[in-house]
Design a protein around this ligand. Structure first.
Ligand SMILES: *Cc1c(COP(=O)(O)O)cnc(C)c1O
Length: 494
């Protein structure tokens, strides 16, 4: 199975290892498999009797054909170990007769990015070897919080790689900062930037575009790479848990084999929900995909009107991992639905004019699978409060956005199908806002919010966040944004 660019401007067809090694296609497009593999008749039934890692190796081997099943199984077992994820990496729980939750936050950083970033570094180093690459990969990350920590945890001590994270020193939460500052590992480096997230991100982009730096790094046997969600190696592991969840719902008697379900995903960069769509295209019985946004509702508008318009106010919300105005992976949906020529045309329009509009029948094709809803800040808090009162369940802010959207969808569509709602973070990762929603008062401070929330709810703090303030702080580096290049070269040589 080879991979092609969503834009098709340069005619290239590459192996899965090469696609993972390079991340972005040469014409600026994203890599997609030439065709979507299918689940054979009866295959879901046979997957249902397997472990999560075996399910992962089976599904991944359909896409990553230059990896052996045994390599993929070894990587899945290394990534989703009991020590890191507990007994099930992606369990399904029941919220009501119609609503089920897919919990994706049992990994080392308590957010769903772990599902991809624990296995991707393993796939990545194998890809380097398969491509005959001998240099060390330096993964550069600019983060507003969650991705940086998940990348550090994923790449730490991974042979053939180094990882450097830049975060805005005053732009992340206390918990997020402590998570990064206490990061262990022999190949990691973390710097706080005096500036905001955009400064960190544009600094990283500048380094990627700087040929002189690349030459300097090459002298030290290092090349630059990124871990962001447009890399196919981050997307493909996310397909697995939708298929696995269907198997688990079947095993627990919640659905019949072949019964269609709907899926609702709290969405930012459109990676997670796109993975669900690929599972559907493979033949998993999914009907509608509900795209849940916060008040940064560019996708809700797009799915309603066919116009994608990024020219709008940016809102900093209590579900910050979804505060996005350009959802990069939407390009993959355009490609699958409309082909590469149209995709290239719309992406050019987006770059030049900040917006594009689909033709009516193009939108209709997308709407046959996708619907969009958005949730306001008040609705998010009310949902957390209500579900805690009624069911004694605690949801994080991103998950609450999705539960609210799922409820609206059920009300509007009167769908008979069961709906699987994706839960993307532990409530403790966003303890302050969850505490405020549950108790209607401020916690004493951000860190005590964890303990106060535990006392209030009786739900234990997950191990990765417990005693976060008592861990040794290793990375206190604070630099000006003008020093990012030097810091990168210095780390590469270390
Ligand atoms: C990244 C993230 C999302 C958004 O996922 P996308 O794949 O970018 O759409 C939702 N919730 C949480 C907690 C996240 O960290």
């Amino acid at each position: 199975m080879n991979y092609v660019s969503t834009r098709g401007i340069i005619d290239e067809s590459v192996s899965s290892a090469y696609a993972i090694k390079t991340g972005l296609a040469k014409d600026g497009g994203l890599y997609m498999p030439e065709s979507i593999p299918t689940l054979a008749e009866g295959e879901i039934l046979s997957l249902a009797s397997l472990s999560y890692c075996e399910r992962a190796a089976t599904v991944l081997s359909k896409f990553l054909t230059d990896f052996t099943y045994d390599e993929l199984l070894e990587d899945a077992r290394g990534a989703y170990s009991v020590e890191k994820f507990g007994s099930h990496p992606a369990p399904v729980t029941k919220l009501s007769d119609k609503e089920y939750m897919l919990e994706l936050w049992h990994g080392p950083t308590a957010a769903f990015k772990d599902m991809a970033l624990q296995i991707m570094p393993r796939l990545f180093t194998r890809s380097l070897r398969k491509c005959g690459e001998e240099k060390t990969a330096l993964i550069l990350v600019a983060t507003s919080g969650d991705t940086g920590k998940a990348a550090l945890e994923g790449y730490k001590n991974i042979e053939g790689t180094k990882v450097k994270v830049f975060y805005p020193i005053h732009g992340v939460s206390r918990v997020q900062k402590l998570q990064m500052q206490s990061q262990e590992g022999n190949n990691v480096s973390v710097s706080g930037i005096v500036g905001n997230f955009d400064d960190a991100q544009s600094g990283v982009k500048k380094i990627f575009a700087n040929e002189k730096i690349k030459e300097k790094l090459a002298e030290s046997g290092v090349f630059l790479s990124s871990a962001n969600s447009i890399n196919w190696g981050r997307l493909v592991p996310q397909i697995v848990y939708y298929i696995s969840a269907y198997c688990d719902m079947y095993n627990s008697g919640s659905i019949e084999m072949g019964e269609k379900i709907d899926v609702c995903v709290p969405t930012g960069n459109f990676g997670n929900i796109f993975a669900a769509y690929v599972a559907k295209l493979m033949g998993l019985p999914i009907d509608k995909l509900v795209c849940a946004s916060n008040v940064n509702n560019v996708l809700t508008d797009f799915l309603k009107t066919g116009t994608y318009n990024r020219a709008r106010d940016f809102h900093a919300t209590i579900s910050p991992s979804m505060d996005i105005l350009i959802s990069s992976n939407l390009e993959r949906l355009l490609y699958i639905t409309l082909g590469s020529e149209k995709t290239a045309e719309y992406m050019e329009k987006l770059a030049a004019e900040g917006k594009y509009t689909l033709a009516e029948q193009e939108l209709a094709m997308i709407n046959s699978s996708f619907v969009g809803y958005y949730t306001t800040e008040d609705e998010t808090r009310h949902k957390i409060n209500k579900i805690h009162k009624q069911k004694n369940c605690l949801f994080d802010t991103h998950t609450a956005v999705a539960v609210h959207a799922a409820d609206c969808y059920l009300e509007d569509y009167k769908a008979e199908r069961k709906i699987l709602v994706v839960s993307t973070a532990s409530p403790y990762k966003f303890a302050r806002d969850v505490f405020l929603a549950v108790c209607s008062r401020e916690p004493a401070d951000e860190l005590s919010a964890l303990v106060e929330l535990e006392a209030e709810s009786g739900v234990s703090i997950p191990a990765p966040l417990k005693d976060i303030d008592k861990r040794p702080v290793i990375h206190v580096g604070k630099i000006d944004k003008s020093e990012m290049e030097d810091a990168t070269v210095k780390f590469a040589r270390s």
